[in-house]
Design a protein around this ligand. Structure first.
Ligand code: HEM
Ligand SMILES: *[C@@H]1O[C@H](CO)[C@@H](O)[C@H](O)[C@H]1NC(C)=O
Length: 322
């Protein structure tokens, strides 16, 4: 007969395992669709590749979709749901409206994946795979994506308004926003390196280029030429977030921050005499270090509050609940 001590050890071991299995992200696995959808990754990648070949910016737009999903009640595909007369989703929330793009590409990928393994792969997981592929195709690192997230049957415009920091944020606000999502300062700076690709609208950087002092003057002159000072004029004119290198995933974003060429107020906050300066220097100096930390941070972000088990559903169409 087992002694009491080994008996309670067994109970403890069981309890630990149960805790692990019940934990928020413990059920995600890089092998999740290994048997149920073996063609998943090549199916996704070929479409991401073709869309980026058509328009390089699309890679950036797709990467951003994953961020704007994960920061709003977790990585659950909630930002893909369309508004209807009886349902308010996240697409018209302040950080998303007239800004998030790539939904048609996600639809195209979802229907191709439904063609090879119907009813199996969530939209939330597709966003994670698509983000990884986009980064890799634009010249960045690759990694194994943890999978097994299910799709939300709800969305929250209020949470979308409140959970994604605005570009007017100062460093403390950025740090605490990421902390609220369980992400460190290192995660913040590494993830922010996503701004090595993509574009922003004049309305989001006008105040910075006309009113701020911690800005390179020739960069300001160039950027002003396509962003008039008057509110309402040219609001949607675009500029690259990474000056002169907005279609390749590299570490020049950090080099530009050190030269005071951050486009958004919040970008330059990362290198403005505060606690994140040393990370900016490290990433500007070593693309390898940036890539390594970016991968780790993307995995951390992808672990935010996934729906697993019998929570949520596998949406058939990413735009609406089943
Ligand atoms: C927390 C701080 C962040 C702020 C304040 C911020 C803000 C912004 C803003 C204002 C834009 C331009 C939107 C527009 O003008 O329409 C933008 C674009 C973008 N953001 Fe962020 N962002 C942040 C973090 C991130 C993270 C963590 C990622 C991804 C991991 C990301 C990826 C992108 C990409 C790729 C674009 C370009 C999208 C495109 O060209 O379509 N951002 N961001
Ligand atoms: C979210 O922001 C949008 C755009 O600023 C606004 O129209 C909407 O009322 C806000 N929604 C909530 C629920 O706060």
């Amino acid at each position: 007969m087992a002694s009491p001590s080994s008996f309670s050890k067994a109970i403890l071991t069981l309890a630990c395992l149960l805790l692990l299995v019940g934990g928020t992200s413990a059920q995600l696995s890089i092998y999740y669709y290994y048997e149920t959808c073996p063609l998943l990754c090549p199916t996704v990648k070929s479409i991401v590749q073709a869309e980026i070949a058509k328009e390089a910016r699309m890679g950036a737009s797709l990467l951003r979709l994953f961020f704007h999903d994960c920061f709003v009640n977790g990585c659950d595909g909630s930002n893909l749901l369309d508004d209807t007369p009886t349902f308010t989703g996240e697409k018209n929330a302040a950080p998303n409206v007239n800004s998030l793009r790539g939904f048609d590409v996600v639809d195209k990928i979802k229907s191709a994946v439904e063609g090879v393994c119907p009813g199996v792969v969530s939209c939330a997981d597709l966003l994670a795979i698509i983000a990884r592929d986009a980064v890799e195709i634009l010249g960045g690192p690759g990694w194994d994506v943890k999978l097994g997230r299910r799709d939300a049957r709800t969305a929250s415009q209020a949470a979308a308004n409140n959970s994604i920091p605005p570009p007017t944020s100062n460093l403390n606000a950025l740090i605490s926003s990421f902390q609220n999502h369980g992400l460190s300062q290192k995660d913040l700076v590494a993830l922010y390196g996503a701004h090595t690709v993509g574009q922003a609208r004049c309305t989001n950087f006008r105040a910075r280029i006309y009113n701020e002092n911690n800005i390179d003057s020739s960069f300001a002159v160039t950027t002003k030429s396509n962003c008039p000072s008057v509110t309402g004029v040219g609001d949607n004119n675009l500029a690259g977030l990474d000056f002169q290198s907005a279609t390749s995933f590299d570490n020049t974003y950090f080099v530009n921050l050190m030269k005071k060429r951050g486009l958004l107020h919040s970008d330059q906050q990362l290198f403005n005499g505060g606690s994140t300066d040393s990370l900016i220097r490290a990433y500007a100096q070593s693309q390898g270090t940036f890539f390594q930390d970016f991968v780790a941070a993307m995995i951390n972000m992808g672990d935010i509050k996934p729906l697993t088990g019998s929570n949520g559903e596998i949406r058939r169409n990413c735009r609406r609940i089943n």
